[in-house]
Design a protein around this ligand. Structure first.
Ligand SMILES: CC(C)(COP(=O)(O)OP(=O)(O)OC[C@H]1O[C@@H](n2cnc3c(N)ncnc32)[C@H](O)[C@@H]1OP(=O)(O)O)[C@@H](O)C(=O)NCCC(=O)NCCS
Length: 176
């Protein structure tokens, strides 16, 4: 798929139902409290990862129309520390969908409540898999990309999926 693709475009290999990216977008805001921090007043990375996992669940399950589980987290780099008393905002949206999987992109920003200074602290890509009542993967609706940004995120997500598959195959070959 090239950059010159005419929008909107529908991607995915799941059920015939189609949902837009905007239909499942989620924003969550939380205040960083003393229980979230280490002795230096910086927030533990795990607190942010837990919030990312939660919002990815909400976003993917909204798209799927049912529950999902976390299959994987891509590499996460923390660009700057988050301090006690700062407001953390997470924005999540579906980047792409496969047959049963949904890649959710989560952007995290921190805001100093006094200065109002807002900075991007990290972005994460979480693959969630839709499941039925017995935990088996189920097909998800296809995804309608309506903007250039949505198309770019989908193409980037496809590159990550290919890289993940290559890595999984080379691991399997080493273990065989
Ligand atoms: C995720 C899970 C449901 C996949 O089950 P599975 O039997 O391997 O299913 P499949 O091989 O049919 O793969 C289903 C989908 O998951 C994707 N998938 C599986 N493992 C993956 C991984 N490690 N990373 C990214 N995607 C993965 C596959 O690519 C496939 O996507 P597609 O249908 O869109 O093509 C299963 O491994 C599981 O339940 N894991 C535990 C999840 C969990 O408990 N998370 C919370 C941890 S506390």
């Amino acid at each position: 798929m090239s950059e010159s693709v005419e929008l909107p475009v529908v991607v995915g290999r799941g059920v015939d139902e189609i949902r837009s990216v905007s239909a499942s977008q989620v924003t969550m805001t939380q205040l960083m409290s003393p229980q979230d921090t280490n002795l230096f007043g910086n927030v533990f990375g795990g607190v942010i990862l837990a919030a990312v996992d939660r919002i990815a669940y909400v976003c993917a399950s909204r798209h799927a129309g049912g529950p999902s589980v976390t299959a994987s987290f891509d590499q996460v780099d923390f660009r700057s520390p988050i301090q006690i008393g700062e407001i953390v905002t997470l924005n999540a949206s579906v980047n792409t969908v496969g047959r049963t999987s949904v890649e959710v992109g989560v952007r995290v920003t921190a805001e100093d409540v006094q200065g109002g200074d807002r900075r991007h602290t990290n972005s994460c890509y979480v693959t969630m898999v839709a499941i039925d009542g017995e935990g088996h993967p189920v097909e998800v609706p296809r995804l309608m990309l309506e903007t250039e940004d949505e198309l770019r995120r989908h193409l980037d997500a496809e590159e990550r999926r290919k890289a993940r598959l290559l890595l999984a195959r080379s691991r399997a070959a080493r273990q065989a």
